[in-house]
Design a protein. Sequence first.
Length: 150
Amino acid sequence: MLHLLIQTCAAAMATIGFSLLFGVPARYYPSCALIGGVSWLAYLLLLPYSSVSIATFATTVIVILMSRWFAVRKRCPVTIFLISGIIPLVPGAGIYRAAYYTVTDQLYLAVQTGFDAVKMAVAIVLGIVFVFEIPQTVFQIGNQRLHQKQ
């Protein structure tokens, strides 16, 4: 249980670090960190019960739903939250290992890890496309009531 908390906090901090590099305004750091931490926690919780691709797809759907919700609430572009929040899921280590195995002439491992990385990347793309097909008005329903009270 403690390792889940540590990994979630590390993912949140990594998300803030990437947000800093990406040029996200500082007022959005807490939201980006929350999305990044939740994304990694969801991935870790789903992984024992499904394949890497399905866990990545489901987690991407969660990230995009949260990103669209925060974008409407904070009145800013969804890419601020989307790109920062998806960073913990990007298969960078898998791509690195595939390149390493290729250079060291371990072609079987290169193909295996490269194919796994491509499957994760495709799952991320499909998750993004799936959620972006939901109309924007769905995310604005509660927001209209909030702004009418003010």
